[in-house]
Ligand binder design. Structure first.
Ligand code: AMP
Ligand code: GLY
Length: 424
């Protein structure tokens, strides 16, 4: 089988690696990929959907796996499907569950999925008028895609007014902020879970936890994710509850709307004393959660994808290694603010990847033969071990062997999981 993955980050690197483990897979291509993705992964730069279609036909690609949200938002699935190309990823309509917060909140309300109470506004004055009647904190969300930066938690009216002004009047996120959602602030603990969906059936994965804040102890501004661990330990009743209250109604809802959801669905959850609430759905795998979830997957990944394409997910039972994974993100100093690029990345001679130590690259490029930094989140180091504590030790022992000028990483990834057996 020949598989094409679209995307260029650590997530796509982990997806490509997982396909390489499949007994069905012969070749894995990633477009545009990044310079840290090594043989046997082939990187190829396909500039537009037309190029992808030509490549799929020429290389006998069996299916295309879409990693990030942007191509889904642009309707890549619809365009490839029109050429009879099999795709893992929802249609442009279904992807609105991620690409429009207003769509997502209205959908959740319509199909009785637990989520924070909310109001939608399309003008500054009404939003500010409403905020003058609220108790705080409140959460303000730009409607459209904003690279994970369109959500602001505000602790008083003054902050709220300034956030609405930044999004709606100054148009910090452009058109993505033409509409906003203002919602109730929820308290609890956060976890992420994915479901493979074939338009009829779904099967959910183990739970994981992202670390979004830039500094240890969850302090500082939010980033694209500074690390993650899996599994978050939950019991069977909890898993069943999430399947029935969070995934089933949305899958059935899409069928009722005449737009079956085929692809990966990601639920970002807040587990409150009143039960689980959806903070957001994403139309794809999470990054960096993928880098800890996929390495624990024992079931053949290409078989799962084939089952999605053939609507046979009811025949698949996911199997997982009874181990723990931690991924630590190494970022360019200064990220998520401004940072410098082009710093050579070095490894000590004893640094070796193996089945339990996986290096995924993201913001990197090649200058001559050297790998150098080219983005905020540069690389992710995933360690797998029998216990979470040993996975944490393995990850950090090896992170010490990687260097570039002003390398920055959190030193407490996974710690939260050590103290809490989640049995809610
Ligand atoms: P989102 O992109 O909607 O998942 O929001 C980004 C982050 O903001 C989440 O991971 C939460 O930490 C936080 N957040 C979003 N909505 C809420 C809410 N209603 N209550 C509390 N925190 C929230
Ligand atoms: N890790 C959160 C996301 O991928 O959106």
């Amino acid at each position: 089988m020949n598989i094409l993955v679209i995307g260029s980050g650590g997530r796509e690197h982990a997806i490509a690696r997982q396909f390489l483990k499949s007994r069905l897979c012969t070749n894995v291509f990633v477009s545009p990929g990044n310079a840290g993705m090594k043989d046997p992964i082939s990187i190829i730069e396909l500039k537009n959907v037309g190029d992808i279609i030509d490549f799929v036909k020429k290389e006998n690609i069996n299916f295309v796996f879409i990693g990030p949200e942007q191509p889904l938002a642009e309707g890549i699935t619809d365009k490839l499907s029109a050429e009879n190309i099999d795709v893992i990823g929802p249609t442009q309509y279904a992807a609105q569950i991620e690409t429009s917060k207003v769509f997502a909140k209205n959908f959740m309300e319509k199909f009785a999925i637990p989520t924070a109470k909310y109001r939608v506004f399309n003008d500054y004055e009404s939003a500010v008028m409403y905020l003058s009647t609220c108790s705080f904190p409140q959460v303000i969300k730009a409607d459209g895609l904003a690279g994970g930066k369109g959500v602001v938690i505000v602790s008083d009216y003054k902050e709220a007014k300034s956030a609405v002004s930044t999004i709606m009047s100054e148009k910090k996120f452009g058109n993505a902020g033409a509409n906003i959602v203002i919602e109730e602030f929820l308290q609890g603990w956060e976890t992420s879970v994915f479901a493979f969906c074939d338009g009829k059936n779904f099967v959910s994965t183990i739970f994981s936890q992202d670390h979004k804040a830039v500094y240890d102890g969850d302090n500082g501004p939010n980033t694209g994710g500074m690390g993650a661990y899996a599994p978050v330990s939950v019991n069977d009743d909890f898993k069943h509850k999430i399947d029935e209250s969070i995934f089933r109604p949305i899958i059935d809802g899409f069928i009722k709307e005449g737009h079956p959801y085929k692809g990966i669905l990601f639920a970002g959850l807040m587990i409150t004393p009143q039960g689980p609430y959806v903070l957001e759905y994403n139309a794809r795998f999470g990054d960096p959660e993928t880098e800890v979830v996929l390495p624990l997957l024992k079931t053949d990944f290409s078989e799962i994808c084939q089952a999605i394409i053939n609507q046979k997910l009811d025949t698949i039972k996911l199997e997982w290694e009874n181990k723990a994974c931690v991924t630590v993100v190494a970022a360019s100093g200064g990220y998520p603010g401004s940072f410098e690029k082009d710093k050579p990345i070095t490894f000590t001679p004893d640094f070796r990847e193996n089945d339990n130590l996986l290096l995924f690259t993201a913001g990197v490029k090649k200058t001559g033969r050297n790998l150098v930094t080219s983005g905020g989140r540069v690389l992710m180091l995933t360690a797998k071990a029998d216990t979470l504590q040993s996975a944490i030790n393995l990850a950090y022992d090896n992170m010490n062997k990687i260097n570039f000028e002003r390398i920055y990483y959190r030193t407490d990834i996974g710690k939260k999981g050590l103290f809490s057996e989640r049995k809610d």
